[in-house]
Design a protein around this ligand. Structure first.
Ligand code: ADP
Length: 175
């Protein structure tokens, strides 16, 4: 399990993986943060394909091609907006990770990179989000469907985000 989950620091748009995950909003028509970066790097065909999808519910995920990215696929998922934690936010965040992994398997992607979903403008506390991300990924990789995935990369945009994910991995996957 150890080498199947990798924590990296950097820009997800330059990851060399089969699929990158986009932390999108329900419209799937583009936004700021990692969504803006992915649309800029992929080119205008990405939003054109997204327009055909009819949006995406919070906690769900939908797949498009990667266009100008190195990744063959972009999996667009929608994490929850943090509203204090008692509006189903943990379950919805876990669902966003799980549905993205299911989409990766469906597309035939064996390597997948995630940003820290919901921890930007959606304000999910980074430590709590990292634990949910790592827990959901471990559970998926252990299950039968997870045998189709070789590596999950958690691509963090700051040192603090790396530290949160390292701590979560250490807690949930003791050596
Ligand atoms: P959300 O609306 O789900 O909170 P954001 O894009 O605002 O989405 O932020 C999600 C996370 O992605 C944040 O931790 C942010 O720092 C990070 N992020 C922003 N740009 C990039 C990028 N190019 N690569 C990887 N992570 C990024």
């Amino acid at each position: 399990m150890e080498n199947r989950i990798v924590i990296a620091e950097g820009d997800i748009t330059i990851e060399q993986v089969d699929a990158i995950v986009n932390a999108a909003n329900e419209s799937l028509l583009g936004g700021g943060g990692v969504d803006g970066a992915i649309h800029r790097a992929s080119g205008p065909e990405l939003v054109a394909e997204c327009r055909t999808l009819g949006g995406c519910r919070t906690g769900d995920a939908k797949t498009t091609k990667g266009y100008l990215l190195s990744s063959k696929w972009v999996i667009h998922t929608v994490g929850p907006v943090w509203r204090g934690g008692s509006s189903g936010e943990p379950e919805l965040l876990s669902s966003a990770y799980r549905r993205s992994l299911e989409e990766a398997v469906r597309a035939g992607a064996r390597t997948i990179a995630f940003p820290a979903i919901s921890t930007g403008v959606y304000r999910f506390p980074p430590g709590k989000a990292a634990k949910i991300a790592v827990r959901t990924i471990i559970d998926f990789l252990k299950a039968e469907q997870g045998q189709n995935i070789d590596q999950v990369r958690l691509v963090c945009f700051s040192r603090a985000s790396v530290d949160c994910h390292r701590a979560a991995l250490k807690e949930l996957l003791p050596a």
